[in-house]
Ligand binder design. Sequence first.
Ligand SMILES: [Zn+2]
Length: 133
Amino acid sequence: MAGEKLSPEKLRFFEDLIRKELQESMLYIENINREQSVGSRESSGDLSSYAYHQADQGSDTNYMEHTVMMMESEREKIRLLNDAMRRIQDGNFGICEMCGELIPDARLQIIPYATLCIDCKEKMETKKRKQRR
Ligand SMILES: [Zn+2]
């Protein structure tokens, strides 16, 4: 049914969920930042570790690339979570942006920042696939 909204209890539940996920993502980024600053301090100055670092450079680069990718997806997640938080405040959280139907709870519990119901998400993805060709 279009025009429906989530009950205040559910909104509160998802607000908590989003807040928790936000904290986790921010902690994750913080940890990586800390690790990286420790790493750069270690490699500067200490010459004895230089040979080791050079031999290991290949995997180091992969690790760095992987970390950067993880950081980016985590930042994107934070952005989406903040958007979801705004929608909770605006009172239109959990409503599909395309058809206006309620997004099922089960979906929101896995992806609290989902803005589309499964049907519309699938339609959107088919459309995207077609555009790419
Ligand atoms: Zn929809």
